[in-house]
Ligand binder design. Structure first.
Ligand code: AMP
Length: 427
């Protein structure tokens, strides 16, 4: 029969890669918990309106990338393209601000965007997402970036480029926006169709366009830094000062506007040489008006999203370095030996020892071959003679030495511990 394959742009994470993914998750949880973050799990499906309102109608995501469908109850639903809107929806719905004025929330999970699949770009991809709600202090922006770089180091990225910018606030951004519109008007000819439309809907997005002529058209456009109001300038200054305190290396990129509408003041991206300038591994920023825009109180927020697949592709330690291997392989020869092996294997597992065995009655040679392939450190061989003598053969597969061992739990675990400690074994 014909086989069924996964959908284009949807990727399986196989056991061979999963060890690396688990490591990244463990590091994220460890670092984030130290910074006071708590796990939140949000649904994958939300009402379409949440993203239209939360991300912005005129963003690429909402305009053309969402997986939206009408369900059997005639409701328009969307697979979440990012996590911030959903986290804020949950925050408002459960009035988390009433319990504590500050919430530090993180979540790890899949997001869905119908983009053109290519290397490093999928239609289902994972993000590690962190949000701080209830604080507009610029030191918090620096703290979040500090946590991010600390985490990136923990997974082995030694030299991430952090780029920061301030997008201003509702007081100063309109002035910048008008100046950009004025700059773009008269240059329509140089712009792609999308950007021509953006002059009216979302002019700052022209800075994000990857098309060469559009990039040239904004090369001499007004600079955001010249339009920041005093409050935003001071805010941005403190962010930089606070990053300096921890020697977090960063550069200012005042052309970085980020793809989503909701950002205010500090925005940041992490890029690496490997991905190229257009492909960030992390994107984030402040969104002080978003909670209110979603119907909640006027509460400021800031957050980031790390692209899991891109992060993994940048790690110096590859999947093979995180391979899980059983500690022990029990090779049983004959029905009686299999009975003993079955019991021993599962009693060891109940004691947290990773054990594998053969159930098919294969030859010793083929069982040892499998033990080797699985990367087992030790093998316990049980045949008729071993049963008669109540003593199995314990083999260290790294150096091929072997010693007898009692066929009971305590003797086997004792032997493994002694060998692991490198103790001279006289049994
Ligand atoms: P954004 O939510 O667009 O700011 O994206 C944050 C991060 O998620 C990016 O920096 C990427 O690392 C990752 N990301 C976004 N879209 C995709 C995608 N289609 N495939 C893989 N990773 C993605």
């Amino acid at each position: 029969m014909e086989t069924i394959s996964a959908i284009r742009g949807f990727k399986d994470i196989l056991p061979a890669e999963a060890g690396q993914w688990l490591f990244v998750e463990e590091q994220a949880r460890r670092v984030f918990h130290a910074f006071g973050f708590r796990d939140i799990r949000i649904p994958i499906l939300e009402k379409t309106e949440l993203f239209a309102r939360g991300i912005g109608e005129s963003t690429d995501i909402v305009e053309k990338e969402m997986y939206t469908f009408t369900d059997r109850g005639d409701e328009s639903l969307t697979l979440r393209p990012e996590a911030t809107a959903s986290i804020l929806r949950a925050y408002i719905e459960h009035a988390l601000y009433a319990t504590d004025p500050v919430a530090r929330l993180y979540t790890i999970g899949p997001m869905f965007r119908r983009e053109r699949p290519q290397k490093g770009r999928y239609r289902q991809f994972y993000q590690i997402d962190a949000e701080i709600l209830g604080l507009d202090d610029p030191r918090v922006d620096a703290e979040l970036i500090l946590m991010l770089t600390h985490f990136l180091k923990a997974v082995g990225l030694t030299n991430p480029h952090v780029e920061i910018n301030s997008l201003g606030c509702p007081v100063c951004r309109p002035g910048f926006r008008s100046a950009v519109v004025a700059h773009l008007q008269g240059r329509e000819e140089e712009l792609c169709g999308d950007c021509r439309r953006r002059i009216d809907t979302n002019p700052l997005r022209v800075f994000d366009c990857k098309i060469e002529s559009c990039r040239a058209a904004v090369e001499h456009a007004p600079r955001l830094a010249d339009f920041l109001c005093d409050a935003c300038r001071v805010h941005f200054g403190t962010v930089q000062e606070s990053l300096g305190l921890f020697c977090v290396p960063f550069s200012i990129n005042d052309r970085m506007v980020r793809g989503l509408d909701y950002y205010t003041r500090t925005t940041f991206e992490v890029t690496t040489d490997v991905l190229g300038a257009q492909n960030a591994v992390v994107g984030g920023g402040r969104y002080d008006g978003l909670v209110q825009q979603l119907g909640g109180p006027d509460i400021p927020g800031i957050g980031f999203a790390i692209g899991f697949e891109r992060l993994v592709s940048l790690m110096p330690r590859v999947a093979e370095d995180f391979r899980r291997t059983p500690a022990l392989f029990i090779a049983a020869l004959g029905a009686e030996a299999q009975k003993i092996a079955f019991e021993l294997a599962n009693r060891l597992r109940l004691n947290n020892v990773e054990v594998e065995m053969d159930y098919a009655g294969k030859s010793l040679k083929s069982q040892m071959k499998r033990a080797d392939k699985l990367g087992c450190r030790y093998a316990l061989i049980i045949g008729d003679r071993e049963i008669a003598e109540k003593s199995g053969v314990f083999r260290d597969l790294r150096n091929s030495t072997q010693t007898p061992v009692g066929l009971d739990l305590a003797s086997i675990t004792g032997k493994m511990e002694a060998l692991q400690r490198g103790v001279e074994d006289l049994v």
